[in-house]
Design a protein around this ligand. Structure first.
Ligand SMILES: [Ca+2]
Length: 327
């Protein structure tokens, strides 16, 4: 794909989103957050909600506030959410994201504290008060918070416009088991509840994130921006990319969650298909698998816009242009 100039005129590429970002930072989450917070004219970020995932909740909640601080947006409220998955034993991914949850950069306690209240209560209250189909929810970690909110207040689907998830794997295979992607494996019962919600869903699985890879030149451009945010993103990627490249024998590292931000800003960079997707939540080898019926074999109704391909250079051009706007 190399249709960046034609793509920039596509209708979705100018849409404005009232946005809440549910996240478990996470090295790639931090990049996704900086990317989103650099785009206030298009992404009206109301709040961040955090969930246990890559690292425990106390660290994802601190890292989310750090991302706001680094973006020069400390006024964005951060609500801490679920400390553990709905049913399964908690798992983390500190082997990939480091003990503090962000590779390659020093962390500190941010000046701005957490917002008062639980993320699930925030989501319920916020979505009940929102106009019909008005709020986009970007989901960058295990989907526990929304699953809890839906169980507590099923009427909140009314306020939701779309869910955009970094989740799942089909053609690529998994990254935590041979068939499961981490966010779904970390709470498959939550993913199941979210997929059954009836809200329009776009999923960016490993099928696409493993096609949008760093290179030395792409990281160097971010570093050469000369601002603090560019240095942070480059430092994170310099530390994060090599381990993924080694494990998967890939020529560059993926920036998984940041594809969600790119999709919200410029959906024409991506290509997918509306298909039926279901979650295997049974104990066993398939636990956490996204069963993606790409060819429609099951003749079940489509519930997900499943993204399989993206314009990698277009992604890095957009990321770099936006990160350049930050402090
Ligand atoms: Ca994440």
């Amino acid at each position: 794909m190399s249709t960046a100039s034609a793509a920039s005129t596509a209708p979705g590429d100018a849409e404005v989103h009232t946005l809440v970002i549910d996240t478990d930072p996470g090295a790639d989450d931090v990049i996704a957050l900086l990317f989103a917070l650099a785009s206030p004219e298009r992404l009206k970020v109301q709040a961040l909600t955090t969930v246990a995932g890559n690292v425990p909740l106390s660290k994802t909640s601190r890292n989310a506030r750090l991302a706001c601080e680094w973006a020069g947006r400390p006024e964005i409220p951060v609500y801490a959410g679920a400390q553990r998955p709905l049913q399964r034993t908690p798992i983390y991914a500190a082997n990939i994201h480091g003990r503090e949850g962000i590779t390659g950069v020093e962390v500190h306690e941010p000046a701005t504290p957490l917002a008062e209240g639980h993320a699930v209560d925030y989501l319920v209250g916020m979505l009940r008060a929102a106009p019909e189909k008005s709020v986009t929810l970007a989901m960058l970690g295990p989907q526990t918070n929304l699953a809890l909110a839906l169980a507590q207040a099923p009427d909140i689907v009314r306020g939701l416009r779309e869910l955009v998830l970094m989740a799942g794997a089909h053609f690529n295979g998994g990254n935590i088991t041979p068939v499961a992607e981490f966010n779904v494996f970390a709470d498959p019962h939550a993913a199941e509840a979210v997929l059954k919600s009836g809200v329009p869903i776009t999923m960016l699985p490993l099928d696409v994130t493993h096609k949008i890879l760093t290179s030395d030149a792409r990281i160097a451009r971010l570093r050469q921006l000369g601002n603090e945010a560019g240095r942070i993103v480059a430092d994170i990627l310099d530390a994060y990319a090599p381990q993924e490249m080694k494990h998967y024998d890939m020529p560059g590292g993926p920036v998984h969650d940041a594809t969600v931000t790119a999709y919200l800003l410029q959906p024409s960079l991506f290509r997918g298909r509306r298909i039926n997707v279901e979650i295997d939540s049974r104990e066993g080898m398939g636990f956490g698998q996204t069963v993606a019926d790409w060819h429609g074999s099951l003749k079940r109704s489509a519930n997900v816009n499943w993204i399989v391909d993206g314009d990698a250079q277009g992604f890095f051009d957009l990321l770099t242009e936006r990160i350049a706007r930050l402090p």
